[in-house]
Design a protein around this ligand. Sequence first.
Ligand SMILES: C[S@@+](CC[C@H](N)C(=O)[O-])C[C@H]1O[C@@H](n2cnc3c(N)ncnc32)[C@H](O)[C@@H]1O
Length: 261
Amino acid sequence: MPEPIVRPGTVYLVGAGPGDPGLITVKGLQVLHRAQVVVYDRLVHPALLKEAPAAEHIFVGKQPGDPHVRQGEINALMIARARARLVVVRLKGGDPFVFGRGGEECEALLAAGVPFEVIPGVTAATAVPAAAGIPVTHRRHASAFAVITGHECPGRTDLDWEALARIPTLVVLMGLRTLPVVVGRLLEEGASPATPAAVVASGTLAEQRTVVGTLGTIAALVRQAGIGSPATLIVGDVVRLAERIGRAGPAQEVETVGAPT
Ligand SMILES: C[S@@+](CC[C@H](N)C(=O)[O-])C[C@H]1O[C@@H](n2cnc3c(N)ncnc32)[C@H](O)[C@@H]1O
């Protein structure tokens, strides 16, 4: 594999993948090995920090209950380290451009005249369902999928819930706390309560847990199972495949709660 050219004074926005540290890209890992500063989020696996042992490690993630570093401060510290001619890796969970504020950080770096490069990552939006045996598309079940955040709904969002209720596969990130609201919105817009639905927590990690049910049952099943974050909701017929594909794959020892429809 050719080594990438890594320049001092540059910020590399690197996707760390969905959880399992082995799911970072080769290029992301190569750049991480050359980092002098690593600015990282909460969902970044600790094993990845060990790949840059001599670098300065700066945690800027949001901890439940704790005040978190503001976006402006993150931008300022990346800019300051880059202006000091250091190799800065901004390590972000999943893919930097999928609900990761990567776009905002690029805009800040552009405005400051700091060079940067984006190294995409494997997003939880597809990898977490996959780890539970759920393909987000399938020729017989789903010819399209949508990815939304459950964080902003409802009310303050411009999401077209009527359209989302008709999407063959809907993937909801950051939707654990608002799960009953998201489910309620889809039902209000005509989705059937019998539509298969699953919540996968800590996907791709040893502690992965999957709860399978329907739109009508998923919120109660998740509550009963005591599922914690990070978790991803998947709604659609493809969830039916979790039992067969999930059991056959390497995730077969993963705990599955509930029954597919
Ligand atoms: C702020 S978003 C960032 C998404 C990230 N940029 C990506 O592309 O995967 C974080 C959300 O992704 C989902 N997520 C991330 N890692 C996950 C995991 N290992 N298992 C389940 N869901 C995960 C959860 O919904 C979590 O709240």
